[in-house]
Design a protein around this ligand. Structure first.
Ligand code: AMP
Ligand code: ZN
Length: 510
């Protein structure tokens, strides 16, 4: 049975097969790197990771591109406010994004692409659109002529035939009611970064970035394009208009969108200020694996309500799974096997796979695995579990974890790696780990060991920071840039941001 995916373009659930061979070509819109990504953003990124992992699970190879929007209205505004050049300013948030991805066990894509490294491809694409009559110049900017593209509105399922000819919109984000000819290339404004080009000095609009980056790495037509549902209009609509007008071909076969992470009935968003970053939650004592579990627990086409209660339950669910696996590997059972138990583990595998085949229904997949864990635990408690039953249970659990990726108990090691905790003194959220009704025997001991530790959020004293900054300065003066970069990176990992100014190096804690 092929995987079935809901396609926003056709509004139907469709059987999925790659267009060519065994490789799935997938593009997912990445973060705009002007601030830390919040866990709403990570709901979408995590869904894309589950999709990627499941496509691999069923045997496909991936060619997956994630972009980093490092030039747009927001990045320019915030870098100007900080006084840092755009590239340096966005570097910091790219580094944080990559760290968060590792903390949340998101697989690395085949290509991670910065928009500012793809400017020449954007210019070529704009030139093609001008040559074909889909774009025109006005006051130093280039605009896309919506009325030239008859299918405009196909993704959002809106009739835009009434859009006024010649009316233009310069901002990257706007709603359907304000649809106009949108900007492909923006004339340079006083004080803003710009590129010298045949169209004059300026910088790209947001939408052209993704058309250029996706087609550069995946070709003019590819399999899957994805983002949060807020990107359907105008971003993805405009990507289709740009790409298809230029190539004359279908741009993307399947469009998949994730519904939002919600807080108290509203979309979690930077502009509303109702957001948590992963770091916020780590500093509150929650494990990255609990965040991963929570974000994965609701199928992507349903809104997911964020609550600390939900996060707490996620932690308990993970403990239950980890403890079951621990029992499977460490407890001793009588020799022999029980074929009915083994059948249950087989069925659990079939059920979780069937759930994921069905438009990545993660709730079904979780239900199947927890039924198996409950039955396995009670068979163990009743003394009915046999030594030879371990294998099939472990196999089902580990297959499931190839997608969910929460079983390995590596939160602590990762937090040490990224400077959130100092080794030897710490671990996380004793409260969340304490209550697991199923933490029998050795499992309970394992959980209890961890509760002796507490979280620290600040790993270096002011004196230690000043000392490292002085050492970095000396390294730079001596031409040892590798060492000076190393110090900058380790300070960043410890939550300290450096800013080089004419007056010397300033620092602040994140
Ligand atoms: P941005 O950094 O704003 O470009 O967003 C990066 C990704 O996060 C996009 O795919 C957005 O659609 C997605 N996104 C933004 N807010 C949320 C949210 N509250 N829930 C789920 N996805 C979101
Ligand atoms: Zn995009």
């Amino acid at each position: 049975m092929p995987i079935r995916l809901y396609n926003t373009l056709t509004r139907q659930i469709e059987d999925f097969r790659p267009l060519e061979g065994n490789t799935v070509r997938m593009y997912t819109c990445g973060p705009t790197v002007y601030a830390y990504a919040h866990i709403g953003n990570f709901r979408t990124f995590l869904f894309q990771d589950l999709l990627r992992r499941y496509l691999k699970y069923v045997g496909y190879e991936m060619n997956h591109v994630i972009n980093l929007t490092d030039v747009d209205d927001n990045t320019i505004r915030e870098s100007q406010a900080s006084g840092l050049p755009l590239r340096l300013y966005t570097d910091k948030y790219i580094e944080a994004f990559l760290a968060d991805r590792q903390l949340l066990n998101l697989e690395e894509p085949e290509h991670l692409v910065r928009a500012t490294d793809t400017i020449s491809e954007m210019l070529k694409l704009i030139q093609t659109l001008v040559d074909k009559g889909f774009a025109y110049a006005s006051e130093g900017s280039i605009y896309y002529k919506v009325s030239e593209f008859p299918h405009y509105g196909q993704l959002a399922h809106v009739d835009f035939s009434g859009v006024r000819d010649g009316a233009r919109v310069d901002s990257d984000k706007y709603d359907k009611e304000n649809a106009r000819d949108f900007v492909l290339w923006k004339a340079a404004k006083e004080g803003e970064p710009f590129w010298e080009t045949p169209f004059g000095p300026g910088r790209p609009g947001w939408h052209i970035e993704c058309s250029a980056m996706s087609m550069k790495f995946l070709g003019e037509t590819f399999d899957i394009h994805s983002g949060g549902s807020d990107l359907i209009f105008p971003h993805h609509e405009n990507e289709i208009a740009q790409s298809e007008a230029a190539s004359g071909k279908t741009f993307v076969k399947v469009w998949v969108h994730a519904e939002h992470l919600i807080v108290n009935g509203e979309k979690m968003s930077k502009s509303l200020g109702n957001f948590y970053t992963l770091r916020d939650l780590i500093h509150k004592g929650y494990k990255p694996s609990a965040v991963r579990y929570l974000l994965a627990s609701v199928p992507h086409r349903k809104p997911l309500n964020f609550s600390f209660e939900g996060l707490h339950q996620a932690q308990q669910s993970i403990d239950r799974l980890r403890n079951f696996r621990y029992r499977l590997t460490k407890e001793s059972f009588p020799a022999g096997e029980s074929s009915s138990l083994q059948t249950r583990a087989h069925e659990a595998r079939q059920k979780f796979e069937a759930g994921l085949d069905d438009n990545l229904n993660t709730a079904e997949a979780l239900g199947a695995i927890f039924d198996m864990v409950r039955e396995g635990n009670s068979a163990m408690d009743r003394g009915e579990f046999r030594d030879a039953d371990r294998g099939v249970f472990l196999d089902t659990l580990e297959r499931w974890d190839r997608i969910f990726a929460v079983l390995e108990d590596d939160d602590y090691a990762k937090l040490v790696k990224f400077g959130f905790v100092r080794e030897g003194t710490t671990t996380i959220n004793a409260g969340a780990e304490a209550k697991d009704s199923n933490a029998a025997g050795v499992g309970a001991q394992r959980v209890a060991d961890k509760q002796t530790k507490t979280l620290i959020t600040e790993t270096l004293s002011d004196e230690e920071i000043e000392k490292l900054i002085a050492e970095r300065l000396a390294a730079r003066k001596g031409g040892n840039y590798a060492r000076s970069d190393e110090i900058r990176t380790s300070l960043l990992k410890a939550g300290v941001i450096l800013e080089d100014t004419k007056a010397g190096t300033r620092w602040k804690r994140k």
